[in-house]
Design a protein around this ligand. Structure first.
Ligand code: F6R
Length: 607
């Protein structure tokens, strides 16, 4: 998603803005730009594609202003070309924008009727033109922004720079996050604290509806009604800032390799090692008082929820209703007051998940969020937060956040089972021991990388790939397919193995690899029957199983990945490593940009 930066500095800021934009690259983007004031006059450099193109433009035609704004654009309205790249400007101002102005067509028509000619296809340009019109009417920059904001519908974060005004930037937040950074005689704006990390670790997160006037020494924040408001100034721990790739080729593979460590750290937060029992931090509700739980999330996070449904239902006998947030938010689901609504999100900013959370809150639900970014909007708006301790995830495709979500959710399900009396202490100890064993098994699984890399070369030739699984391996099959398609652009589908014969079996022929996720568990034999059905039709099977599964299946496959033995309950956490490596190596072999796959964004702050 788009990234915003603003700097009120003491010396030329264009390269600092560029540096901050590089730290927002992980969010996904397709063009970028910077605007500064050169002797009081607005000047812009913009470029299609990667930041290297913008950097080149800045080296050919440097900017020297000590105040500036910058942007990485993830196209929503209009193609990702230079014309549509931000900042958008008039003779009065330049503006950058993250989000969508939903009523832009109506506003544009109104402005066009007044004779305004638009240069771009973006929704953002209407903001530039609306504020400009007010400036022409003699309003001050503050008045012009204050009277424009109420006219905008949708989700947006904005930063404005004004012609001739060298000591003021204005920022506004209505949806996507925006943080103010406090420096020494310098002030900053950024989509997240990560962007501002080289300059300051002291930030204030704007609340929804806030707008801020920044000078070099102060930030005055107002709410939607224009009343000055106090917002907390906080230090963001430096260890939550962007790390380098280290010795790894990509952030994604670095993050895959970090999993044993971050999953262990997450488990340690929820488990008492000495007692061998689950001990999540206290929650403001009792599991035994609940009759049902709803779990809502998007993408990979929703697949963590899908696995958790099996855990909560089986271990805690707690019915779970699961939905993707983009559907849940408009479904008008009847929710009995006092029940639990859980939300899962790496970023804590995903627009649909956040809107679902707000809906559930309005329906009197208890709100528990499983989030990775502790300062995120979801974390701040939830009644309780179960943190995942994955650290900053830079790769657009979620890996370590997913396995930390799983570890967190299983710990919670075990605690719920104990409290509800559906798990004996002996079962709890067995499950906790299995969970504690996971980081070491993940390290072992990572040793399979060479083997997986070879198999991936074969997969890279496929046009379509089918993933099958049963029980908790089913959502892992879905996640495998999601990872493969987002990274390699190979069409992939995940199916419940038992659903195969209800349709997808028609696809199977000798060109179609079928990846079967099947730890040796209570449904293994059923999955083997489905593999037989695939083999009988010439399908090529890649089996991901354990030693016993490999032995019992006794089938000809294009490859068998033999995972370390583990308790079937924790298998989804371990098997996630295999499907991540399969997708990663297939995409790398095909020469794809695995850290920033085309069209994808890391933090999806628009609908
Ligand atoms: C896929 C992926 C996405 C995210 C989804 C939700 O690899 O990363 O599907 O899981 O966009 O994002 P968060 O977890 O930030 O709410």
């Amino acid at each position: 998603m788009c990234g915003i930066v603003g700097i009120l500095g003491k010396k030329p800021v264009a390269l600092q803005v560029l540096d901050a934009l590089k730290r927002l690259e992980y969010r996904g983007y397709d063009s970028a730009g910077v605007a500064t004031l050169e002797d009081g006059h607005l000047a812009r450099r913009r470029a299609e594609g990667k930041l290297g193109n913008l950097e080149l433009k800045l080296s050919e035609a440097p900017l020297s202003g000590a105040i500036g704004i910058g942007h990485t654009r993830w196209a929503t309205h209009g193609r990702p070309n230079e014309t549509n790249a931000h900042p958008h400007a008039t003779d009065k101002l330049a503006v950058v924008h993250n989000g969508i102005i939903e009523n832009f067509a109506e506003l544009k028509a109104e402005l066009q009727a007044e004779g305004i000619v638009f240069e771009t296809q973006t929704d953002t340009e209407v903001v530039a033109q609306l504020v400009t019109a007010k400036l022409r009417d003699g309003k001050s920059p503050m008045e012009a922004v204050a009277t424009t904001l109420p006219r905008l519908r949708g989700a947006f974060a904005l930063a404005f720079l004004f012609e001739g005004v060298s000591d003021m930037l204005i920022g506004a937040r209505h949806g996507p996050p925006l943080a103010v950074g406090w420096g020494d005689g310098e002030m900053y704006l950024g989509s997240d604290a990560l962007a501002l990390a080289p300059f300051t670790d002291e930030v204030t997160y704007l609340e929804d509806g806030d707008w801020v006037v920044l000078t070099r020494t102060d930030a005055v924040i107002r709410d939607m009604d224009g009343h000055p408001v106090d917002r907390v100034r906080q230090r963001v721990p430096t260890n939550s800032f962007l790390a380098s790739k280290g010795n790894h080729r990509h952030f994604m593979v670095k993050e895959i390799y970090e999993q044993p460590e971050v999953v262990a750290r997450t488990i340690a937060h929820y488990v008492d090692f000495a007692a061998g029992l689950a001990c999540p931090p206290p929650l403001p509700f009792a599991w035994k008082d609940l009759r049902r739980v709803s779990i809502t999330a998007c993408g990979t996070a929703s697949l963590a929820g899908h696995v958790a449904r099996y855990w909560f239902e089986r271990l805690a006998r707690l019915p779970v209703e699961l939905d993707v947030a983009s559907e849940f938010r408009y479904r008008e689901a009847p929710l009995d007051p006092g029940e639990l609504a859980m939300f899962i999100s790496q970023s804590g900013e995903t627009a649909d998940t956040l809107a679902s959370l707000r809906y559930a809150k309005s329906q009197g639900q208890r709100i528990l969020s499983v989030v990775n970014v502790p300062t995120s909007t979801m974390a701040r708006e939830s009644e309780a937060v179960a943190p995942t301790l994955a650290g900053v995830e830079v790769g657009v495709a979620s890996t370590k956040a997913f396995t930390c979500q799983l570890a967190t959710l299983l710990s919670l399900a075990i605690a719920a089972g104990r409290e509800r009396g559906t798990l004996s202490e002996a079962e709890e100890r067995r499950l906790v021991a299995a969970l504690n064993g996971i980081p070491e098994l993940m390290t072992e699984a990572l040793h399979l990388e060479g083997e997986i890399e070879l198999l991936a070369r074969d997969l890279a030739r496929a046009r379509d790939v089918l993933y099958l699984g049963r029980g908790t391996a089913y959502p892992i099959a879905l996640e495998g397919a999601l990872k493969l398609k987002e990274l390699s652009y190979i069409h992939a589908e995940g199916y419940a193995a038992g659903e195969l014969k209800h349709g997808p079996i028609a696809l199977i022929d000798e060109t179609m690899p079928v990846i079967v996720i099947a730890p040796y568990d209570s449904v293994f034999e059923k999955t083997v029957s489905n593999m037989q059905e695939v083999a009988a039709r010439g399908g090529r099977i890649l089996l991901v199983t354990d030693a016993r599964g490999a032995r019992e299946a006794a089938m000809d496959t294009m490859g068998t990945i033999v995972m370390p033995d583990c308790d079937p309950v924790v298998a989804p956490i371990l098997y996630a490593v295999a499907i991540q490596l399969i997708a990663y190596h297939t995409a790398v072999f095909m020469g794809k940009d695995v850290d920033q796959p085309r069209n994808l964004a890391k933090s999806v702050t628009v609908e």
